[in-house]
Design a binder for this molecule. Structure first.
Ligand SMILES: [Zn+2]
Length: 256
């Protein structure tokens, strides 16, 4: 059993995933509705934006308490330090994310030759769905940060699934006293996604979560050991064979 299954209630993690999936379905339906009226056009993307903002905002509201429950799932009873040092979570910028998705789609359609428009429109629609999931997960991370602050925890601990990608695996066991994690960690080549905000999701469809961190906890070390063992066992389901081999060889050298 992977550590994440002991730290995080799988039912709550699944509930968060269901909220993300519903948000994705709703924004795609909103785009389809406008496409039926206005065609596969930039105007349809622009017209869908208000419904997309509404659907994603509702998903973020649902994700915040789920992120808090996920974060507290691992909490051992502790005497909280008054107030805690963690800053309050920043607001999740739903409008900004939707605006970026609309702008990207509009620009792609403007530059596309006529015969490519259906494909380009389809990609823009998909990107709306990716954005919905991404922003919803940011809501869960904000909930985790609020929970850690309330509990007076020393910070947040990043937890990846055992079969995570080589980037997420490298984050597993990382702690942050401010809730903001640095960009660019990886067991293989580093890559920084433009949507990364210092917390999960690291990338689209990331399944990582944040839990409370207490001083003296052995969890960071245990998570790092588990992640290294997973890399050596080629456990990542998303890494290419070449990347997995490279990462395992590099880890093998440092261990020797
Ligand atoms: Zn991840």
């Amino acid at each position: 059993m992977a550590l994440i299954d002991e730290l995080v209630d799988p039912a709550v993690h699944a509930e968060l995933e269901a909220v993300e999936e519903q948000a994705e379905a709703e924004v795609e339906a909103a785009v389809d509705e406008q496409a039926a009226a206005l065609g596969l056009t930039a105007a349809a993307l622009v017209a869908a934006a208000p419904a997309v903002v509404a659907a994603v905002s509702a998903a973020v509201l649902a994700a915040v308490p789920l992120g808090a429950r996920i974060a507290l799932g691992a909490a051992r009873p502790q005497r909280p330090r008054r107030g805690g040092r963690l800053p309050a979570p920043g607001a999740v910028d739903v409008r900004g994310a939707v605006r970026d998705a609309v702008r990207g789609g509009v620009e792609a359609l403007r530059d596309a030759p006529e015969e490519q428009r259906p494909v380009v429109f389809g990609r823009a629609r998909d990107w709306f769905g990716v954005t919905a999931r991404d922003v919803t997960q940011r809501g869960a991370s904000a909930g985790a940060q609020a929970a850690a602050r309330r509990a007076g925890a020393a910070g947040l601990l990043w937890v990846a699934e055992r079969d995570a990608c080589l980037q997420c695996a490298r984050y597993s066991g990382e702690t942050s006293p401010t809730g903001a994690f640095r960009a660019g960690l990886s067991f293989d080549r580093a890559y920084v996604w433009t949507s990364f905000s210092g917390q999960p999701p690291l990338h689209p469809n990331c399944r990582c979560v944040l839990v409370l961190y207490w001083p003296g906890s052995t969890l960071p070390g245990a998570l790092r050991r588990e992640a290294r063992a997973a890399v050596l066992a080629h456990a990542s389901t998303s890494a290419s064979h070449a990347a997995a081999t490279r990462a395992a060889a590099r880890l093998g050298r440092t261990a020797a």
